[in-house]
Design a protein around this ligand. Structure first.
Ligand SMILES: NC(=O)c1ccc[n+]([C@@H]2O[C@H](COP(=O)([O-])OP(=O)(O)OC[C@H]3O[C@@H](n4cnc5c(N)ncnc54)[C@H](O)[C@@H]3O)[C@@H](O)[C@H]2O)c1
Ligand SMILES: [Zn+2]
Length: 364
């Protein structure tokens, strides 16, 4: 087991990473004194695969366990599903001492974290991420949210978990496309902060794609450290530091939306990183060989594959329209996170529209 500390001033917590560690969460929670009655929010398929191991460890350590399932997919990140959950929890919560466990990917994590934040003006919760994206990104940092019909993540708060419990063994049951999706964020961490990580991922793609736990643990640990550092430096995203995590997300979010969410987040971000790197290159910031290295590693993880049914739906004007709506595109003056080399980025405002257009065209 490896430990990464998210060393926040007010509510520091640990990220524990290991293989086959789900049954040990129960013992770890005893010393955290969070409550006695565990409410596990999850999805049916995740409960089938991983619910029993988690529940067994909890009951062995004296906790009661209650599962609440929500349907698969982004549509569960809605105010409606959140309200239904709150009502179920409230009906269940009589003479109990409850806390919440989010067992799942980013959808479950964002939703369960939000519910924990608003139920009885906040009760403790634990993140047990079961997708690669959630282990390296969404489970860390306390961003919780649900969507509104007009846009993603519009209702939410920053509310930190008491612990993040990342069992890389749970990733073995992820469908292939969902698994590869997580590598976009991993490669992103390499580009923004850590050339060594970037090179490691590039050299070990075969090990990683076959889900070998040694390589996976190494990568999840390093990404957790980077995310923890960035969150510590700018927890509430007020200092412009957390912004660097948005590398590839400006164009990426626009593509995700323009495709009607047919692209997975990681696939859209992979393409968005190519666009951002293309802009960086055209602005004279990034060397061509770094640009080529980025494309190569994204291709190795199958993240730049062009699916005809996807590309048919997207066009330049649709993407540009969505970019104008992006909250990171501040008031007319766009804002881009640009790479200066593999391992370093800078935030730039007012990139000429023509360069953005050319970069999107080149990337499509
Ligand atoms: N809070 C943050 O900081 C943050 C950061 C990035 C993304 N997000 C959010 O995360 C969400 C995407 O998360 P995601 O990519 O994890 O998708 P997801 O939660 O939808 O999970 C993907 C699919 O995998 C299934 N699944 C999960 N774990 C499994 C396992 N171990 N075995 C088999 N199947 C499993 C899920 O049921 C789902 O069908 C988006 O809503 C996004 O907005 C949040
Ligand atoms: Zn992302």
């Amino acid at each position: 087991m490896k430990t990464v500390l998210v060393n926040l001033k007010d509510n520091p917590y640990k990220i524990i990473i290991g293989h086959g560690i789900l049954p040990q969460l129960g013992a770890a929670l005893k010393s955290l004194k969070m409550g006695r009655d565990a409410v596990i929010i999850t999805q049916p398929v995740i409960r089938r695969w991983h619910g029993p191991a988690l529940a067994a460890g909890l009951t062995r350590n004296g906790f009661t366990v209650k599962f609440f399932e929500v349907p698969d997919g982004e549509k569960s990140k809605s105010t409606k599903v959140a309200m239904q959950l709150l009502e179920k929890i409230a009906r269940y919560d009589t003479q109990k001492d409850i806390f919440i466990i989010a067992l799942g990917g980013g959808v479950v994590g964002d939703l369960a974290g939000f519910v924990a934040a608003i139920y009885k003006r906040a009760i403790p919760y634990v993140q047990v991420p079961t997708t690669l994206l959630a282990q390296v990104d969404s489970a860390i940092g306390g961003k919780t949210a649900v969507d509104l019909p007009v846009g993603k993540n519009l209702v939410g708060v920053i509310y930190q978990p008491k612990i993040v419990w990342s069992d890389v063994g749970t990733l073995k049951t992820l469908p292939d496309r969902a698994y590869r999706n997580g590598f976009a964020e991993i490669i992103k961490y390499g580009v923004i902060r850590d050339r060594k990580l970037f090179n490691y991922v590039g050299r070990n793609s075969a090990q990683l794609l076959s889900r070998k736990s040694v390589a996976l643990t190494k990568v999840v640990v390093r990404c957790s450290q980077i995310k923890a550092e960035v969150v510590k430096a700018d927890e509430k995203e007020t200092k412009g530091i957390r912004t660097i995590l948005n590398f590839g997300h400006t164009a990426g979010h626009a593509l995700e939306a323009a495709s009607g969410y047919r692209f997975f987040h990681g696939e859209a971000v992979a393409w968005g990183m190519v666009v951002a790197a293309e802009v960086s290159q055209r602005m004279g910031l990034l060397h061509k060989k770094d640009f080529t290295a980025l494309r190569r590693v994204l291709t190795d993880f199958g993240l730049l594959e062009k699916n005809p049914s996807h590309t048919k739906m997207i066009n330049l004007s649709g993407i540009l329209k969505h970019m104008q709506h992006d909250k990171k595109f501040i008031a007319g003056r766009n804002r881009f996170v640009l790479a200066t080399k593999i391992g370093a980025v800078q935030v730039m405002e007012g990139v000429p529209g023509k360069i953005i257009e050319q970069a999107i065209r080149a990337g499509l």
